[in-house]
Design a protein around this ligand. Structure first.
Ligand SMILES: Nc1ncnc2c1ncn2[C@@H]1O[C@H](COP(=O)(O)OP(=O)(O)OP(=O)(O)O)[C@@H](O)[C@H]1O
Ligand SMILES: [Mg+2]
Length: 267
């Protein structure tokens, strides 16, 4: 059984108006335990809509979503967040800037553990757990646990958000262009951390990226969306040996469209 199954997902925005936008039109995807999937596609292809549907931010119109065989379609974002963690593009989204690093981590750590959620102070036992996770990042943040998140750089914040998202091992990790707002060097640093954490925890991961090299380099599987449909799905050795040119050929073969590198990135 697949870990996460998306079955015949439909999502239309502004239905019945002149602006009606049929974004997902019967999308099927079976995600196996341990899959690390890069998701690519032009602007507006439906990548974030797909992720928001999995996280529960959006309600799907038709179809169903199964986690370990159980439908999660009717669960709220909060209910799903116990099993599904997310990191967004904007470094400001993932952390509360007026809270310290350890307070931010406490919120992440206590997610789904209702009773301790409102307890104010961080316990010694918690601090040890947070410290170990920060040491793992290799950025020296373990020495700044009482620093406000506000004082961290974008890259440090994304690294912290990643640590928070995986502090309690999620069943599914969703990354929506989580390095897109960073400079290339910092982006590579966060990508390497991503790979390390995903491998260590054997996380099932969906990662949206506009960076074709990253999409090819990271993960065991690559999925390309075009007008809300999966037009490329490669894994294993085929994925490992893929070049950008071959990827564009595959896209052409499966969609009937010709696309250059820029078009793939920019829509
Ligand atoms: N909440 C919403 N209300 C109305 N329209 C929306 C909403 N969210 C997304 N859309 C529209 O749905 C389409 C798909 O958007 P989506 O964000 O999924 O694209 P994407 O593939 O993530 O693109 P990008 O690469 O630009 O992030 C777009 O045309 C977008 O304008
Ligand atoms: Mg998007």
């Amino acid at each position: 059984m697949a870990l996460l199954t998306l079955s015949n997902i439909h999502k239309t925005f502004e239905k019945g108006t002149v602006n009606e936008n049929r974004v997902l039109q019967g999308l099927d995807l079976e995600i196996e335990q341990g899959d690390f999937i890069s998701v690519i596609g032009g602007n507006g292809a439906g990548k974030s809509t797909l992720m928001n549907s999995i996280a529960g931010v959006l309600t799907i119109d038709e179809g169903d979503i199964f986690l370990e065989g159980q439908s999660i379609k009717k669960l709220s974002v909060d209910e799903r967040s116990k099993d599904i963690s997310r990191v967004f593009q904007d470094p400001r989204m993932g952390t509360a800037t007026n809270l310290t690093i350890e307070e931010n981590m406490a919120i992440a750590y206590r997610r789904g553990k209702k009773r301790s959620f409102f307890k104010k102070s961080v316990t010694e036992a918690e601090r040890e757990i947070f410290k170990a996770a920060l040491i793992d990042l290799g950025l020296g943040l373990e020495n700044r646990m009482k620093t406000d998140a506000n004082f961290l750089s974008g890259g440090q914040r994304q690294a912290l958000t990643l640590a928070m998202a995986t502090l309690v091992r999620p069943k599914v990790l969703l990354l929506d262009e989580h390095t897109a707002a960073l400079d290339p060097k910092t982006s590579d640093m966060v990508m390497n951390l991503t790979r390390k954490i995903v491998e260590e925890q054997e996380l099932t991961t969906l990662m949206i990226t506009h960076n074709m090299e990253h999409a090819i380099e990271y993960g065991n599987r690559l999925v390309m969306l075009y007008h809300g449909k999966i037009v490329v799905d490669v894994k294993g050795d085929e994925k490992k040996n893929l070049t950008v040119a071959e990827l564009m050929d595959l896209f052409h073969k499966n969609s009937g469209q010709v696309l250059n590198d820029d078009a793939l990135v920019f829509g």
